[in-house]
Design a protein around this ligand. Sequence first.
Ligand code: PEP
Ligand code: MG
Length: 294
Amino acid sequence: KLKLLQELKGKETVTADGKKVHLYANIGSVGDIAGVLENDAEGIGLFRSEFLYLGKTDFPTEEEQFNAYKQALQLMAGKKVIIRTLDIGADKQVDYFNLGKEENPALGYRAIRICLKQPEIFKTQLRALLRAAVYGNLSVMYPMITSTEEVEQIFAIVEEVKQELDAAEIPYKVPEQGVMIETPAAVMISEDLAQMVDFFSIGTNDLTQYTLAIDRQNEKLDDFYNAHHKAILMMIRMVVENAHKYGKWAGICGELGADLELTDEFMKMGVDELSVAPGMILKLRKRICEFSKN
Ligand code: PEP
Ligand code: MG
């Protein structure tokens, strides 16, 4: 069995009826890239950039971030690398952010909300990302989106960063930009969002938490956490449909994307990309290559 999987290395991920699916890996640091290459992922679909901020005493500098992103892009040698902007807060606390204690951290001051309220933190990351984009095939995605206004605000900040880089004559490229779909609100307005961004990546971990009203960290609720809930599958279908209506692609980067029991269903829905733990890549490639709609 293992040998058979090894033979899938270097092969394209295409369904038996001819649809190309992008099979990418989720990583948490540059150190994880060895495993990405070893398992023959076609790119990185979720690079959680929090690692740059966690376990430190102060904010990472633009230069530190630029070097890490550039290194990731160079190691991936032209393959797609999707970096998610800062998703601190709630579960991932960092002292120097001085976030304070909250009653409902999952519903609190986190992720894009911090970035929009404290744009100097966001701009440092964006400058590093735009500068690094010159060195490979970068996409950027924004977490915890709930409204079109947030996306407009993000784009305005990106515009400021471009102007500053232009003024300083610093080389950069504007990467493809997408949003994570991980709130029910984002699902419901996905038709509007699809007209604004380049792609969607569905974060089923948070989407399940917010849809089923189940704290993803509370083990007492494990019996109620039904990842296959019809509501979640209906939402994924809706998001993919709305993306395709405007010629955009939609993928899944939450844990559900690696669930082999659902792979056929995702293919029927037309999911364009799956981003999973590196160890799942070849198993999914096998499954996808065997799938046919008819
Ligand atoms: C998700 O919410 O599904 C996701 C991919 O992001 P994270 O698990 O980092 O919140
Ligand atoms: Mg999430």
